[in-house]
Design a protein around this ligand. Structure first.
Ligand SMILES: Cc1cc2nc3c(=O)[nH]c(=O)nc-3n(C[C@H](O)[C@H](O)[C@H](O)COP(=O)(O)OP(=O)(O)OC[C@H]3O[C@@H](n4cnc5c(N)ncnc54)[C@H](O)[C@@H]3O)c2cc1C
Length: 397
């Protein structure tokens, strides 16, 4: 297999193409837009930077953010410094960087929409702009809206989130994440080099886009974000169910999916950039070794099993209760009271804490957290009756 066609020049397709071309494969990347401002937060966690350090070293404009603030449904706030910064790119810049690297490695980038893929002959046949192309293998990295489905099924409503947001030309230095009551999703504000990406995500079918826009506009007003020049965006985001991660077919004899097309997204945080890059990378390695059939198992070992675990408790995290209050509210409160819990959340944010060992770590440090809360409560003067300002502590039950 030497001739590889890649549909989609986003992070998954570009990195896969770069790795294959640098090993002498003949790679053509088809993308209907090439580098574009895909609706996205653009945030890369530490695990992405660790795996792909060029994302930090590249001279392209980016924002390096070290502080985050979580806001509960009731307005409680906790601000903390992250153990590793989050690196935030505008997507046009990030996609351009990745595509340039792919082309420099030897890929041919074609600006064209692929409308059909057939994988049942001796060669793969693709149709783009009315022309037919042949290849030995096709990588489908066409994102969450991918309609090219040889021998597999589309992502259903239960595997998708609706997102809505604004690109706002203003400056900010911290990441904000706000939870809403009984709501499977959240609002984010991600500062970029010269603007903010503010948005909301929610399970498909849970809220109408009008409702989401109202929640988002309330947030923007409450945070006093100036809206001059704001541009609205909307897109779907995979949020795969446990069943889909386990069962959905993502590869065949001469085709494989990567990134959003393969639903490689964290069902809790919506992080997809790392998983897009990693899946493209793993697929290229399997192809280079002449073992494309090993790709799904390698994906599972690298991260799918962890995402499956996350899918199991996503709803509980957003909508469940603990000690008589929402879990997300208790989380925000614990951040203010317990340094051990704060360290744990810092690691979750940086991506160095996986979900499967999170439960054990929570149990292991339960005693410490409890002592820290007691100590904190006993050393805090009797609370004033007025609500706490940003960063202040809220009484625990
Ligand atoms: C609102 C929002 C916010 C997000 N924020 C974050 C974040 O902060 N951090 C994070 O890690 N992840 C985030 N994500 C997820 C992240 O954007 C995706 O996981 C990531 O872009 C997936 O990369 P990909 O290469 O698989 O697909 P994409 O980036 O979607 O790239 C697919 C490419 O395929 C092309 N294409 C599609 N169909 C065709 C076709 N038929 N023919 C030719 N070309 C085609 C498109 O033009 C596109 O360039 C967010 C997603 C959304 C929607």
């Amino acid at each position: 297999m030497r001739d590889i066609a890649i549909v989609g020049g986003g992070p998954a397709g570009s990195l896969c193409g770069e790795r294959l071309a640098s090993q002498g494969f003949h790679v053509t990347i088809f993308d209907e837009r090439l580098a574009w401002e895909k609706p996205c937060g653009g945030g890369l966690t530490h695990k992405a930077i660790q795996a792909y350090p060029f994302l930090l070293d590249a001279p392209q404009p980016k924002k390096i953010v070290r502080t985050a603030e979580l806001i509960s449904g009731g307005g409680h706030r906790a601000r903390f410094d992250m153990s590793h910064p989050i690196v935030i790119y505008a997507r046009k810049v990030l996609n351009g960087l990745l595509l340039d690297r792919a082309v420099a490695a030897g890929c041919t980038a074609v600006r064209s929409r692929v409308t059909n893929v057939e994988t049942d002959g001796p060669q793969v046949r693709l149709t783009a702009a009315g022309e037919e192309f042949c290849s030995d293998f096709v990588v489908l990295a066409a994102g969450a809206r991918n309609q090219l489905l040889p021998e597999t099924t589309a992502l259903g409503k239960l595997d998708l989130e609706l997102t809505l947001g604004y690109f706002i030309p203003t400056e900010e230095d911290i990441i904000k994440v706000k939870f809403l009551r009984e709501f499977e999703g959240y609002i984010w504000s991600f500062p970029r080099a010269d603007h903010l990406s503010v948005g909301i995500c929610a399970k498909m079918g849970q809220s109408s886009s009008q409702q989401l826009r109202r929640y988002l506009d309330d947030f923007v007003r409450a945070e006093k974000i100036p809206m001059e020049g704001a541009r609205l965006y909307s897109h779907v985001l995979p949020s795969p169910s446990e069943h889909t991660i386990q069962r959905r077919r993502i590869a065949g004899a001469n085709w494989a999916m990567a990134g959003d097309a393969a639903a490689c997204v964290d069902p809790i945080t919506g992080e997809g950039l790392f998983y897009a890059l990693k899946s493209g990378d793993l697929l290229s390695q399997a192809l280079i070794e002449g073992q494309p059939q090993a790709y799904p198992e390698r994906l599972r070992a690298a991260f799918s099993a962890d995402l499956e675990f996350a899918a199991r408790f996503a709803r509980k995290l957003f909508c469940g209760n603990f000690l008589g209050g929402a879990i997300t509210t208790r989380m925000v409160q614990l951040l203010n009271y317990s340094p051990a819990f704060r360290d744990l959340i810092r690691d979750v944010f940086s991506g160095s804490q996986d979900y499967r060992s999170l439960k054990r770590r929570l149990w292991d440090q339960l005693g410490i957290t409890f002592v820290e809360i007691l100590h904190s409560v006993m050393s805090t003067p009797i609370a004033s009756p007025s609500p706490h300002p940003a960063g202040g502590r809220d009484p625990l039950p």
